[in-house]
Structures are given as structure tokens and as C-alpha cells.
Design a protein around this ligand. Structure first.
Ligand code: HEC
Length: 277
């Protein structure tokens, strides 16, 4: 009897292992990237941060002109720089919490072992403020996006290198991955439906960007917003498109999503802020 149950348990375990298609983050990225590289042979790997523009020559040219000649987010970068250089009421500055400005962007998102959570750039900006007795900023736009935009701008040329250091971090990664592939909302669509399966296709007036490279350039200036918006603002918007339950900016769900989503762009350069239609 005892033997039989051992056999049963063992085979159940084997089945469980065989049944889960566990892949490492590196394997996940290679699969995702490989899919796009195979499908869109003309698109250079380094261009993926330019999103849907890579699929339309005329719009791509216009985008490059806007970026080179009159980036509409320049005032906000200047505002962000002033914020960075202005001391809090207690005399401390952002640099005292976050370090040299050009080292900040590339550190996040990061797994925080002590608190078993994911640290994000915007989360760290507000943590610095509250530790120093200042009010937190609103997460999605305004001064938060200006400061995050200035910090992103200072990281030009650096590469995305999200690390998944241990099993606890892997749980956050898996949570984000599940979020990305789960069908949701009244339209019953996943992020992957639009940004993997249908990437490069048109939906209403827009061409869908590929998931690889999707986070490189945040905060982005959208013509529709008329200002910079953070990555979690975009997550919220895409979630609404499928009429799904809304998650708050900096919720555990969106932090996990950012962790997975950014790891999928490892190796690409940080290019924020950028213009989007
Ligand atoms: C019904 C289709 C649809 C779904 C589902 C969807 N999106 Fe989008 N998403 C869009 C469209 C349309 C745009 C604007 C065109 C573009 O850049 O892809 C967009 C843009 C984005 C962008 C900005 C791309 C850039 O280059 O700046 C990000 C990031 C993004 N989506 C993430 C997500 C995530 C994460 C999910 C899942 C929570 C998701 N989207 C679900 C349609 C969708």
C-alpha cells in the first residue's frame, strides 16, 4: 500500500513537471524575440524600441523628424531637471536617495529581497519624497512623468538588463507573465493577443506594436494625451480597451507586469522619453 502511494505520488509529480512548460526568462525572451525576427525580417533588432513606427515607412520618417527637430516633451524634461536639482524642505535632494542621475533609470524595475516586492522608477521617486517629508506625486502624468522623463533621458545609450535573481523574484516574473498572457475584459483578449499575435496588424486606425521593445521609451509623449505619461498609465489605457477591470498604477499586478515586460526587452537601449501618435 505504502509502495503504491509512493509510485502514484512520483508519477503525479513527473506529470506535473512534464505538464508545465516552464521556461527561464532567457528562454521566454528568445522565443518572443525569435517570433518577431522571423516574421518581420526587414526590421533591425535595435529598432524595436520604436514600436509600431517600424512597420510604416512614412510615419517612421515623420517620427524621426519630430524626435530630432521639435520633441514636444522638451519642456517637461526641463521641468524634471529642475525638480531633480531642487532641494526638499529638509535640504535633501533626489540624488541623496537615488544616486547619480545617469545611474538611476537602468536600475529599475528591480526585485527587492527585503520586502519581497518589485521596485519601479516611479515608486522610488515617491519613496524618496515621502522619506523626506514631501507629499507623493500622482503616478501617471504631470511632475512625476516630467521627473521620470528627465531621468530616462539621462540614461541614453544604456541597455536594459532586468535581473531575476532568485526563486522569489521568479514568482513576480511569473505573475507578470501570466498577466500578459491571460485573457481579460469583455473582449476577452490578452496583451499578447494584440502585441504578439496581431503585432504589425491594423486595429482601427492604429498599427499594433510588438511586445519586444515596448517599454524602452517611457514615459512617452502621446499626441492624444498632449503630455508625457508613464508606463502604468499606458497599461491602464490598454486594459480599458478590452473593457477589463482597472488596476491602479503601481499596483502589485502592474509592477509584476512591468518586471516581466521589461525583462522581455533586455539588451535593447533605454530611449525615453519618446513621441507617440
Ligand atoms: C485590443 C488590442 C490591445 C490589447 C488587448 C492591448 N493593447 Fe496595448 N496597445 C493597443 C494599441 C492600439 C496601442 C497603440 C498602438 C501601438 O503602439 O501598439 C497600444 C499600445 C501599447 C503600448 C505603447 C507602445 C509604444 O510603442 O509606446 C504598450 C506599452 C502597451 N500597449 C501595452 C499593453 C499591455 C501590457 C497590454 C495588456 C494589459 C495591452 N497593451 C493590451 C492595443 C491593445
Amino acid at each position: 500500500m505504502k509502495k503504491l502511494s509512493v509510485v502514484l505520488v512520483t508519477s503525479a509529480l513527473l506529470l506535473a513537471v512534464a505538464g508545465t512548460t516552464y521556461a527561464t526568462p532567457e528562454e521566454d525572451q528568445a522565443t518572443l524575440k525569435g517570433l518577431f525576427m522571423k516574421k518581420f525580417k526587414d526590421v533591425e533588432e535595435s529598432a524595436y524600441g520604436d514600436g509600431a513606427y517600424v512597420f510604416r515607412e512614412d510615419a517612421y520618417e515623420q517620427f524621426k523628424e519630430i524626435e530630432a527637430d521639435f520633441p514636444p516633451y522638451e519642456d517637461q524634461i526641463t521641468e524634471g531637471e529642475e525638480m531633480w536639482n531642487t532641494a526638499f524642505a529638509n535640504g535633501k535632494t533626489y540624488k541623496d536617495c537615488l544616486g547619480e542621475v545617469d545611474t538611476v533609470r537602468a536600475q529599475y524595475p528591480k526585485y527587492d529581497e527585503e520586502n519581497d516586492t518589485i521596485l519601479t522608477l516611479e515608486g522610488q521617486i515617491n519613496a524618496c519624497r515621502t522619506e523626506n517629508g514631501e507629499k507623493p506625486l500622482k503616478w501617471k502624468k504631470g511632475p512625476m512623468a516630467s521627473l521620470s522623463g528627465y531621468i530616462a533621458d539621462q540614461a541614453e545609450g544604456q541597455k536594459i538588463d532586468v535581473k531575476i535573481p532568485n526563486e522569489k523574484a521568479e514568482e513576480w516574473y511569473e505573475k507578470g507573465k501570466n498577466f500578459f498572457y491571460a485573457k481579460r475584459g469583455q473582449l476577452n483578449m490578452s496583451c499578447a493577443d494584440c502585441h504578439v499575435a496581431y503585432a504589425g496588424n491594423r486595429i482601427r486606425a492604429e498599427i499594433l506594436s510588438p511586445a519586444f521593445g515596448q517599454v524602452t521609451h517611457f514615459p512617452t509623449y502621446r499626441a492624444k494625451w498632449g503630455q508625457l505619461g508613464t508606463l502604468h498609465r499606458r497599461y491602464g489605457g490598454c486594459n480599458q480597451q478590452v473593457r477589463a477591470k482597472d488596476f491602479k498604477a503601481q499596483s502589485d499586478e502592474f509592477k509584476a507586469l512591468e518586471y516581466f515586460h521589461t525583462a522581455m526587452s533586455n539588451g535593447l537601449e533605454w530611449t525615453g522619453p519618446a513621441f507617440r501618435k
